[in-house]
Every structure is written in C-alpha cells, then in structure tokens.
Design a protein around this ligand. Structure first.
Ligand SMILES: CC(C)(COP(=O)(O)OP(=O)(O)OC[C@H]1O[C@@H](n2cnc3c(N)ncnc32)[C@H](O)[C@@H]1OP(=O)(O)O)[C@@H](O)C(=O)NCCC(=O)NCCS
Length: 173
C-alpha cells in the first residue's frame, strides 16, 4: 500500500476526500462544508496523507500542530466503506505519526465519538472506565493503534468526544 501526500493540486483526490468526509464522518455534513473542511486540512503547515488505488481515493487522514514541537492532532481519518477492516486505517495512522515525529511531535491526539445519550456528568470517570461495554468502534480502533483515553468533552454535537493520545517518541531521562 502506498501512502502519499494529499494536496490541493490533486483535484480528483480532493473531491473524493470531501465525499468520504460527507458520507462517513459523523455528524453528517453537507458536501460544501466537507469541501471547506478538506481545504482547511490542506493549508500550509498541516499534514494530509492518502491511499490512492488507480483513480480511487481509498482513505485519507490529516494532522495539525496544536502545541509547537510537542502535540499534533490527527483529524480526520476516513476509509472507504468497502475497504474498511483491511488495515488501511491503521496504516494511515502509523504513517501520520511518522510524519509528525519528523516534525518534532512527541504526542498525537485524536477525538473519538462516544455513545450518545449518556449523562457523563453523573459520574465522568466511572463512565469512561466502562467504555468497553458500549458500542464505540472508533475507541476500539484507536486503542488498537496504541492510543489511550486522556479526556472527554461531554455533549459535543450529539455525541460526547473522548480524547485519546499516544506518545510517539521514547520517554527519556
Ligand atoms: C475508523 C476507520 C478509519 C478505521 O479504518 P479501517 O481501515 O477500517 O481500520 P483497520 O482495518 O486498520 O482496523 C484496525 C483495527 O481497529 C478495530 N476496528 C476497526 N473498525 C472497527 C469496527 N467497525 N468495529 C470494531 N473494531 C474496529 C479492529 O480491532 C481492527 O482490527 P481487526 O479488523 O483485525 O479486528 C474506519 O472505520 C472509518 O473510516 N470509519 C468512518 C469514519 C470515522 O469514524 N473516522 C474516525 C473519526 S474522524
């Protein structure tokens, strides 16, 4: 599998990137909004990587620096539905980690959707501890990539967001 840069010069890839975002990333967004979000990911200083097979964009991911020299956020990440569960998501995450490590990052952070309709405020830490008991596949996916829960943003756009992070350089000292 070859993973390459997604750039604004590649019109067909950018169009498909927006279609995948509109179709597969919750909450559903109109295609114009998805297009604007993709353009935002292609701005200077950010990282966007994709898997292309012939003329088909199979999946892509993006990263932006949050704390210079320390922390990058991975967002979004999407794999075409019929190509999911074939290791492409994991490969895109590993590739992005490699890229941001080369730019000095120590940590990568992601936001994953957490189940709707749970009143987290009732007992935040207890709910997070029990997260394995609910259907939350994004959580399982990122856990498989080595990420752990480091925080939560309750009641975000119909879901809650859990924050997960991974240290991508060895701990020194
Ligand atoms: C999340 C997503 C990117 C994962 O990509 P993928 O290519 O299917 O993931 P992989 O094949 O690399 O999966 C690696 C592991 O993650 C876990 N996993 C992935 N998808 C899962 C699912 N739907 N349910 C449970 N576990 C899942 C599994 O442990 C899997 O290993 P396995 O297939 O050997 O059991 C993909 O499902 C997707 O595009 N979803 C829609 C968009 C989205 O939710 N993006 C994330 C937030 S921006």
């Amino acid at each position: 599998m070859q993973i390459i840069d997604l750039t604004s010069h590649n019109g067909p890839a950018v169009r498909q990137a927006a279609e995948l975002v509109a179709e597969l990333i919750p909450p559903q967004q109109p295609i114009d909004e998805a297009r604007a979000n993709v353009q935002d990911c292609l701005a200077p200083g950010k990282v966007a990587r994709m898997v292309m097979e012939d003329d088909t964009l199979v999946g892509w991911t993006g990263g932006r620096e949050v704390y210079a020299g320390h922390l990058w956020e991975l967002h979004p990440l999407v794999v075409r539905r019929e190509r999911q569960r074939q290791g492409i998501g994991q490969a895109l995450v590993a590739d992005l980690e490699e890229h941001v490590r080369a730019r000095g990052a120590h940590t990568v952070m992601v936001a994953a959707d957490y189940e709707q309709g749970i009143d987290l405020y009732a007992n935040v830490l207890e709910h997070l501890r029990g997260i394995k008991n609910v259907h939350a596949y994004q959580y399982e996916f990122y856990e498989r990539c080595g990420y752990v829960i480091v925080g939560v943003r309750p009641d975000a756009s119909g879901f809650s967001n859990i924050y997960m992070a991974k240290r991508i350089v060895p701990l020194t000292g």
